[in-house]
Ligand binder design. Sequence first.
Ligand code: SAM
Length: 279
Amino acid sequence: METLKNGAVLFNERDAEPLWKVWLRDAHSPVEAIRLAEESATSHLDQGAEVAEVIVSGRPRWVRFHDYPTIFTTPGLYEKLFYERLGCQSPTIVAESLTRLLEQQGMPPSRIRLLDVGAGNGMVGEEMRARGVREIVGLDVLTEAKQATERDRPGLYDDYLVTDLTNMDEAQARALRSRRFNCMTMVAAMGVKEILKGVLVNAIDVLDTPAWVAFTVRVDLLDPEHPGRLSEVLSVLERDGVLQPYVYWRYLHRYLVNGDSVDYALIVAKKVAHARAAA
Ligand SMILES: C[S@@+](CC[C@H](N)C(=O)[O-])C[C@H]1O[C@@H](n2cnc3c(N)ncnc32)[C@H](O)[C@@H]1O
């Protein structure tokens, strides 16, 4: 492990080489250079305002960091920008922590039926599959995310659904429930907008009971005073006997372009009752 300036730990090759590194070595990415615009974020609250100039197949262009449709459309850009340049380590941390915890709880990876929410181009699914998880369904609101996964990590997911988890109809929810997921990952996919639209409750609702729930969120969103009220949602789920918390771990998600760190919390909880029945 390597300790970073804020005291967080970074996985390195001696622990478990993140699979994106292996993937990038063999990939034929057209991304030749990335120049970070360091003045584009002055604090973690500016994350969405970050931009970089990227050279793709000899042509320069500007990319806004939260423009995922554009980023996923260029092979290797997501990996080079967020992982190689900005030290993102969430998928490795979540996969390692979650599978270790579940082993301790008597659930080996081979018994996990995983729903990977906000699956993006498959970086969490890839880490979970490498640890022995056999059944994984990805879900993302973007068609570009699914296409990027099929292009870069073909066959990784057993199925990949393009749907908005904050706005599903009952037929979609029923179809998800019929898969009897006993585990869910939602990594770096929950901002204030998604929280306010009930993404976490909707995700928990389609899981089997019992099931393991692992998600990451920027730490400030857990502040009881934050207008997203995530902390209240979690308290209610716990009070109503829906979720039992197991792990809270603060870690370095990635750096901003100005070098500051963006801290996230990994929360792992067990769904022990259905929310509607408990309400
Ligand atoms: C920062 S990316 C993270 C991708 C992947 N989990 C990872 O760690 O590399 C966030 C992903 O969440 C997806 N997302 C955001 N809101 C969503 C929603 N309401 N329903 C489904 N997916 C959503 C985005 O489209 C995007 O692909």
